[in-house]
Design a binder for this molecule. Sequence first.
Ligand SMILES: Cc1cc2nc3c(=O)[nH]c(=O)nc-3n(C[C@H](O)[C@H](O)[C@H](O)COP(=O)(O)OP(=O)(O)OC[C@H]3O[C@@H](n4cnc5c(N)ncnc54)[C@H](O)[C@@H]3O)c2cc1C
Length: 305
Amino acid sequence: MTIHDCIVVGGGPAGLSAALVLARARRDVLVIDGNRPRNRATYMSHGFITRDGTPPMRLRELGREDLARYPNVTFQWGEVVAVAGGDGDFTVTVTGVRGGPSGEVRARKILLATGVQETLPAVPDLIGYYGSSIFSCVHCDGWERREQSLVVMGENPELVNTAKRASQWADQEIVLTNGSGVVEAAEAAVLGRRGIVVDDTPIVHLRGDHGTLSGVELADGRVIAATGGFVQPEWSLPQFVAELVPTAADLGGVKTDEYGRSGVPGVYAAGDVRGVTPSQLIIAAGEGARAATGLNNDLIFARFE
Ligand SMILES: Cc1cc2nc3c(=O)[nH]c(=O)nc-3n(C[C@H](O)[C@H](O)[C@H](O)COP(=O)(O)OP(=O)(O)OC[C@H]3O[C@@H](n4cnc5c(N)ncnc54)[C@H](O)[C@@H]3O)c2cc1C
């Protein structure tokens, strides 16, 4: 069986960018992608210079087209379920998706670019509006919601900071804790001084049509008019990642040095999987490029030892 120089797990901006740098470093690279990006909920991705407004799947397609020019890169649709072995000889178990092959593949190095899995707050109907009217990243999607009446919803203590950030774009803003009471009185007072009301009434229904929000119905019968909003999701790592490498306590991502080296020799990580904030496409791509240079340098310098 071929032993690739590197298997990149994840074909989002982090993984594709890493693969491009490795390809150009004459490495034999296999990219394996499960095709479940976090931003698949949305129609347009913003803030990636030269690609502002490009649909997320198109951005990835363009990345794969770049890679297709290099004969030393292979792309494969699949879900990695386990990584065994160690630095110099890893065995990766893959379950094929979209017609991709299942089985085992081997590599000297592993680069984790899986992103994170998102759990949305328990707001009824949210899934129907997430990515069209309601988002999680103000710097990604605030511009399209500028000067609108916005709701900031969630049950996570980070809600207060999301509310503060959203104020840069909102004309009017209300914070809905969905009955969680997660915003303390002192914090509610701080927001109140900027005209942002915090309401603890549970949410029963989001009103709107085909993903276009018009209002939020509360348990006491009131309807808050709103055309968009932000939520604070919880993030988690794919199970095989959490089992493979040490994670950082604070943000829950894979712990690495500045060149993406994880606590396990031969395993690198880049992009959202590191729990980095802000979590953005261009930052993930930059991280992928940097981890790839770290990985390639390690392979080069090992030759001189
Ligand atoms: C609704 C929404 C809108 C957003 N809008 C923007 C925006 O406009 N601008 C912006 O800059 N950012 C935006 N973001 C954030 C952006 O999507 C992420 O920061 C970025 O995609 C992270 O890139 P990544 O390569 O680290 O991970 P991802 O893009 O999530 O890619 C990870 C890939 O790894 C694959 N994968 C996961 N586990 C496995 C496995 N076990 N085996 C194989 N493959 C696996 C996944 O299927 C996925 O394809 C948005 C996010 C969301 C949720």
